[in-house]
Design a protein around this ligand. Structure first.
Ligand code: HEM
Length: 354
């Protein structure tokens, strides 16, 4: 184990290396043979993570959802790419987009990523193809001046990979990870290391490449030394996070955006005044969210109940997808997110300089 200073320095150097060099490389390693596990693949740890998903689906899913919401607030470059495809244009499109993402994640947690006949392998291939198509289109449209930074590059892959599990490394006890052991966390990090590999992330830029304490420190530094500065500048002006939440609230998400963020804000050093509780329902949901995260997730009976709720609500949302899309179109007719109208407020030129 490294002492605190060397750990900090070691991780800081690696993080800055990713920020400086990651943008130069395509997010999908050229020539990747995704049917072949990397030499560091540990099937026991990977399968253990899959068992954890079976046991704690609601906790792991909520972590990725909250990570996504924060991630959408913190990186202009990624946001610009998401906006460029039009699939995040309206609340109903966000619903369709992220309902599909949930299905992909479920397949990764259930099947063998290296078995070419499995749902996981097919899903990973499909996502790589989507990334490649979007990246190629954007890269071909770039002027020669801009071509130093690739679109969907290794830096962006590194940050997005972290968004899926980073909060579990950063604030585990505050978001329900009471029953998780060191071995459990190791397996989760290993799982995301493998998924990152399958997405096309080079080992050099894989956020989970390193000891568990390095992964935790990396997530801490990314959040506290980079993302937080950006989120603080723009939280109240970045409406897509709220919109993703609105898309799922009442279908898969039990808690409103304000109640969730009101709880998370002080833990994550965000300004709680940006997330006021304006109605009794919001106040009640906040109390319930706090109780769930701090206490109820300690009990296996509650976790089972919550998993059942997560599975049923996702299944229902899939079944009623068309109806929900229509309802969201009527409910949020004026919410539109395009590159031209999105309220970016960060200085693009400073976005990478940390
Ligand atoms: C480890 C990193 C990543 C994972 C696990 C991931 C996961 C996914 C998944 C599951 C989908 C399929 C969504 C669907 O079915 O509609 C998807 C699509 C997509 N992803 Fe990623 N992604 C990652 C990194 C990134 C990055 C860094 C960017 C942009 C900079 C990006 C941009 C997109 C875009 C544009 C699509 C097509 C759907 C759309 O238009 O939004 N992804 N990704």
């Amino acid at each position: 184990m490294m002492d605190e200073n060397s750990l900090y320095e070691h991780v800081r150097r690696r993080r800055l290396h990713v920020y400086e060099n990651g943008p130069k490389f395509h997010g999908i390693t050229p020539g990747l043979d995704a049917s072949k596990p990397p030499e560091w693949y540990d099937p026991v740890a990977f399968k253990h993570a899959q068992k954890l998903f079976d046991k704690y689906q609601s906790i792991l899913s909520l972590t990725s959802f909250m990570g996504l919401i924060l991630g959408l607030m913190s990186d202009d470059e990624i946001l610009r790419i998401l906006l460029s495809t039009g699939n995040s244009e309206t609340v109903d499109k966000l619903f369709t987009r992220y309902l599909s993402t949930i299905k992909h994640i479920e397949d990764w947690f259930r099947y063998d990523p290296f078995d070419t006949d499995s749902k996981s392998f097919k899903s990973l291939k499909m996502v790589r193809t989507m990334h490649c198509k979007v990246a190629d289109k954007l890269n071909n449209n770039q002027t020669t001046n801009e071509q130093n930074a690739k679109q969907i590059n290794q830096r962006e892959m590194f940050l997005t990979q972290g968004a899926f599990f980073g909060l579990s490394a950063l604030i585990p006890k505050q978001i329900g990870y009471h029953r998780f052991t060191q071995k459990d966390f190791h397996s989760i990090f290993h799982f995301w290391r493998v998924i990152g590999y399958c997405m096309g992330i080079e080992d050099e830029f894989n956020i989970c490449n390193g000891s568990d304490e390095e992964v935790v420190e990396m997530c801490r530094q990314i959040y506290h030394e980079d993302s937080l500065l950006k989120i603080r500048q723009c939280a109240e002006r970045y409406p897509m996070s709220r919109a993703v939440h609105n898309a799922f609230y009442g279908y898969i998400m039990t808690f409103s955006y304000s109640s969730m963020m009101h709880y998370l804000a002080p833990i994550l050093n965000l300004d709680i005044r940006l997330y006021p509780l304006t109605t009794f329902t919001e106040w009640f949901e906040y109390q319930l969210f706090k109780l769930t995260m701090k206490k109820l997730y300690k009990y296996s009976w509650f976790i089972k109940l919550s998993n059942r709720h997560a599975r049923n609500s996702t299944k229902n949302a899939r079944k009623k997808r068309k109806k929900i899309v229509k309802k969201l179109q009527k409910q949020f007719p004026d919410q539109n997110f395009t590159l031209e109208t999105y309220p970016f407020i960060l200085d693009l030129n400073n976005n990478n300089k940390f």
